[in-house]
Design a protein around this ligand. Structure first.
Ligand code: NAP
Length: 638
């Protein structure tokens, strides 16, 4: 009611809306929840700047005073959510701020920025998030500008179970200093459980900036479109919606598509949704040496919003035999009282539900090496050889360390304080909400060994595939993946490369295309070990081929013949057609193993473009890079 009255008043005084528009808007706004209002405000902000306005790199130094630009590099959306949180807080404090994805940022505007906040995740072996690769490359190129006069601060997000923890953020921090920018605050590094630390950092930095940045008048919600412009929400609309939503919002425009920073999702890692297991089937035939499960989950329609390309976070539990082995290796009973996360637990229960046992972190190794006086471990940790440390961590679990370096009389509380909190695991969603709004499907390969072949189960895959049966609850949340999105044009051709469980999102893609009655050509490359036992979802692909939803399919069964055959061999066999599809505007997607498959497929694509497009190697690389920048070559690799 109050919102409607405000709307009428504002519309009247501003003369922006006629009576009918005012009434329509008022009646819509009076029905909005704060989340919907927040979303709509971002959406309208985007519209206000669309179609992309002419570039205006210096716009921020205009009437509204200095602006803080928050640049974020993200694959999973975490850095984006911190960036949006930062902008919200900054705007609340009267600062002018905007958040822009590094993937969309016009790098030539960098020299004009006065206040920069950089938030970046790290992926793989210390790499920047894939969509931000171009931004990083620019910074380390000869084109990088002199940033003297600019002020900056860096928040690095990472996963401490990797040796190259937070490397992309560390690199940014060093590079901005090298380029002459002056640090506003020390770099902050946040582990996977980042929310508390990043929230405190945001509050502290905003408070600092409030003192240092001359206050803008009027304060503005930043909406970056990647072209250096900051479209403003029309005062009447933006002001009103912020009032209804109770918060300001940030939005970004990128890759030709409007993507508003969404309202905070209802369910998160910390507050997951309780789904129910509907079905849990092994997909491999008898005799297969692989164990890949199809898991169906029942969710209440409308509770979880997900799109093809998104992942589902699973909150797992450690298995009982592993917990028992750890307790035994410590020489304890499991009943000892410990405090974890501010709560009292029996040791065994805390190990099962709260603490990471299957993934090592350098922090755990450091503390344990100290109490165990383990010389070898200490040497590994103090050497510069991060690859050796990484290899050790991928080949061993906590139990291996306890057994290799036993310690007598280690107290339960001391031990639990060394361990990291058990983290959710992500799986690509294998179904479309359009196709089945109250169901989420996953394709889960059970991990039975560590990288060196030692028999050890993975925590989430064994929990999902072996310890969850139909009717059992499962705590989940949706992890958005805006760097793996279907083209908005339903007629655009799509080329999908997904060996093994990498095929999961493509099942969702095809279901979505079927639901939309989309006519764009589709081509799937799938690979597994053996045709008879491991052809995951075979009958479904056949049906898609029959109905025309899937135009072409090529398969590579690696172990059906003496010589290994992989998806990239099929790409090579079909090189002329693959190149023709790319030239016809196809979107290219790769999903699956990050270590070997994705780089091998990339090299093959370079070969295809070089040979079929009569280009040099560098030109072929540049061709693929351009596809990446146009978001026509997207990867989800793990
Ligand atoms: P997957 O192990 O990726 O295997 C699927 C198919 O891809 C198999 O036919 C496999 O052949 C083939 N393949 C192996 N290397 C390849 C390469 N360089 N290029 C193209 N294809 C290749 O299937 P998954 O069941 O999805 O794997 C499950 C999980 O294991 C994933 O998370 C993956 O990242 C991980 N993984 C780990 C390792 C490791 O060493 N730690 C290796 C592979 C996958 P062959 O098996 O006959 O060689």
């Amino acid at each position: 009611m109050e919102a409607s009255a405000t709307m009428t008043r504002m519309a009247g005084s501003a003369g922006l809306l006629d009576e009918a528009q005012s009434e329509t808007a008022s009646s819509l706004i009076s029905t909005l929840t704060p989340e919907q209002a927040l979303w709509l405000s971002g959406y309208l902000a985007g519209l206000a700047g669309s179609p992309p306005a002419s570039s205006n790199g210096g716009e921020h130094s205009g009437e509204a005073g200095p602006r803080v630009t928050v640049l974020y590099g993200t694959e999973t959306g975490n850095a984006e959510s911190v960036a949006c949180q930062f902008v919200e807080r900054a705007v609340e404090e009267g600062l002018q701020a905007r958040a822009v994805d590094m993937a969309d940022y016009r790098t030539k505007d960098l020299r004009d920025e006065g206040w920069l906040v950089l938030i970046s995740a790290t992926h793989g072996e210390g790499d920047p998030p894939e969509p931000a690769a171009g931004f990083f490359e620019y910074l380390w190129s000869r084109k990088a500008p002199d940033l003297e006069g600019a002020r900056f601060a860096v928040l690095a997000l990472g996963d401490s179970s990797y040796a190259y923890y937070c490397k992309a953020g560390r690199d940014l921090d060093e590079r901005f200093e090298e380029l002459g920018a002056q640090r506003i605050a020390d770099r902050e590094e946040c582990d996977v459980d980042f929310e508390e630390a990043s929230g405190a950092w945001v509050d502290a930095l905003v408070a600092r900036l409030k003192k240092e940045v001359p206050v803008a008048a009027p304060a503005g919600v930043g909406t970056g479109n990647g072209n250096g412009t900051a479209p403003k929400i029309p005062d009447a609309v933006g002001g009103l919606l912020q009032g209804v939503g109770g918060r300001a919002s940030a939005s970004v425009l990128g890759g030709g598509a409007l993507a508003t920073a969404p309202a905070k999702p209802k369910y998160t890692r910390r507050h997951p949704y309780r789904a129910e297991v509907l079905e849990n089937l092994r997909l491999n035939g008898r005799g297969s040496d692989k164990e890949t499960h199809h898991v169906e989950l029942l969710v209440e329609e409308g509770e979880l919003h997900f799109e093809p390309g998104d992942s589902l976070g699973i909150v797992p539990e450690n298995e009982e035999p592993l917990v028992e082995a750890v307790v035994e290796a410590l020489g304890l009973s499991g009943g000892e009282a410990v405090t974890v996360g501010g709560k009292e637990w029996a040791l065994a229960e805390a190990l099962r539900r709260e603490l990471e046992l299957t993934r090592l972190t350098p922090a755990f190794l450091r503390s344990y090496a100290e109490v165990a006086q383990a010389r070898e471990l200490k040497a590994l940790l103090s050497s510069e050889d991060l690859e050796a440390l990484n290899w050790y961590m991928t080949c061993n679990q906590v139990i291996d360390v306890l057994e290799s370096y036993p310690v007598e009389g280690l107290q339960a509380q001391v031990f639990v304080e060394m361990l990291r909190k058990l983290q959710p695991r992500l799986y690509s969603i294998a179904s479309s909400a359009k196709w089945m709004p109250d169901q989420i499907d996953l394709t889960v390969a059970i991990t039975r060994t560590t990288a060196d072949g030692k028999a050890r189960n993975g925590v989430a895959s064994s929990y999902l595939a072996e310890r969850r049966s139909p009717g059992d609850p499962l705590d989940v949340y949706v992890q958005r993946n805006k760097s793996f999105r279907m083209p908005t044009d339903p007629d655009a051709p799509i080329l999908m490369i997904g060996p093994g469980t990498g095929v999961a999102p493509f099942r969702a893609f095809l279901q979505e295309r079927e639901e939309h009655g989309a006519s764009g050509p589709t081509w799937l490359f799938f690979g597994e070990r053996r045709f008879r036992e491991d052809f995951l979802y075979q009958t479904e692909w056949q049906r898609f081929l029959e109905t025309g939803v899937l135009t072409r399919m090529d398969v590579a069964f690696s172990r059906d013949q003496a010589e290994k055959v992989y998806v990239q061999d099929r790409l090579r066999d079909r090189a002329a057609d693959v190149f023709e599809w790319l030239e016809d505007g196809a979107y290219l997607y790769v999903c699956g193993d990050a270590q070997a498959m994705a780089p091998d497929v990339h090299r093959t694509l370079v070969d295809v473009v070089r040979e079929e497009g009569s280009r040099s190697n560098e030109e072929a690389e540049a061709y693929l890079k351009e596809l990446q920048e146009e978001r026509r070559y997207q990867r989800d690799v793990y």
